[in-house]
Ligand binder design. Structure first.
Ligand SMILES: [Zn+2]
Length: 323
């Protein structure tokens, strides 16, 4: 069976590997700095070189590589293989023909997918959504991304724009969001949103374990530290995750009534808080959803870890070349 290159275009690093689509096993894993400030042409040249390096390092014969999947942050036109809007990457990424440039350079069929949609495919095929045909996936990090598997297929919508679960309105009077809306889930439950609440309590002079854990250095406050404080019993830190989980629970409730998935998979750095975050989500969903069978829906942490995006991008290339 053919193998596929999965490539993850991140704001900081470009990572790629050869993916075995049956097991998710990676070979030739390599990471280089994205250096987005050098512009998209330089980044794409580096990506093409990285793909060649990874194939060579994997020991897999080039004739056994079926294609390349590229996961990228932001919105894209999947059919034309173009980036449309990538706010987390410096430089001009509007209508950059990513798949055209890469396939010309590496001579392999190349496909583009949003990074969290790639993670969704990975978790569905080989991770926490395995064996299930309708799955919703959320990734909570710097932003909140999402993806939907409906009836055994990644749900694409127009140009692949479906599944932006972090940009559903949670509070119609809420704060502005980077997407142009206000009151999106992302403004309440992303890493920066959780950090901001922690900082607010500290600067208000509240006694919290968060402050002592970072030795009063506000630059060191992050969701991980706040989760640590919560696990040590700090009531403010517990409350911060309760609130984030409450908002996330409202978002998940909205997803359940629209899609009725058998499983909701929650990943990304913020989800490393585990049940601190997931328990209020489950509670909120039970309090709010009555029109779908909530007792048949599992809300679970992601299983594939930091390489989910690479695995999913490789699997996406397989799905597309076999379509
Ligand atoms: Zn938004």
């Amino acid at each position: 069976m053919k193998k596929y290159v999965g490539c993850d275009l991140g704001g900081t690093n470009l990572k790629a590997a050869v993916v075995d689509p049956l097991t998710g096993e990676l070979s030739g894993v390599t990471s280089v700095p994205t250096l987005a400030r050098e512009g998209h042409e330089a980044v794409l040249a580096r990506m093409a070189q990285l793909i060649d390096t990874v194939i060579a390092a994997s020991g897999v014969d080039r004739s056994e590589i079926g294609g390349v999947g590229i996961g990228a942050p932001g919105t894209m036109d999947m059919e034309r293989g173009m980036s449309l809007f990538m706010p987390n990457l410096i430089g001009n990424w509007i209508e950059v023909p990513i798949t055209g440039v890469i396939s010309n350079a590496v001579h392999l069929p190349t496909f583009l997918i949003n990074d969290v949609r790639a993670m969704t495919v990975g978790e569905w095929k080989l991770g926490a959504g395995r064996g299930i045909d309708t799955v919703a996936c959320l990734a909570l990090g710097t932003g909140i991304g999402g993806g939907l598997i409906i009836g055994g297929k990644l749900h694409l919508g127009i140009g692949g724009s479906a599944g932006e679960l972090g940009h559903q309105t949670i509070n119609f009077d809420g704060p502005p969001c980077g997407c142009g809306n206000h009151g999106c889930l992302e403004t309440y439950a992303s890493g920066p949103a959780i950090t901001a609440v922690g900082l607010k309590y500290i600067t208000q002079g509240q006694a919290t374990r968060i402050a002592t854990l970072v030795d009063y250095d506000l630059n060191k406050v992050n969701p991980k530290v706040i989760a640590q404080a919560a696990k040590e019993g700090d009531p403010i830190a517990i409350d911060i995750y309760e609130r984030a989980g409450y908002y996330l629970g409202i978002a998940v409730a909205n997803i359940l009534v629209a899609v009725s998935p058998q499983r909701v998979v929650i990943g990304g750095g913020v989800a490393e808080a585990g049940d601190l975050l997931l328990e209020p989500v489950r509670r909120t969903v039970k309090e709010r959803v009555f029109v779908v069978p909530v007792d048949q829906i599992d809300i679970v942490p992601a299983a594939l870890g930091v390489n989910a995006g690479i695995i999913g991008a490789g699997l996406w290339a397989q799905i597309q070349t076999q379509a």
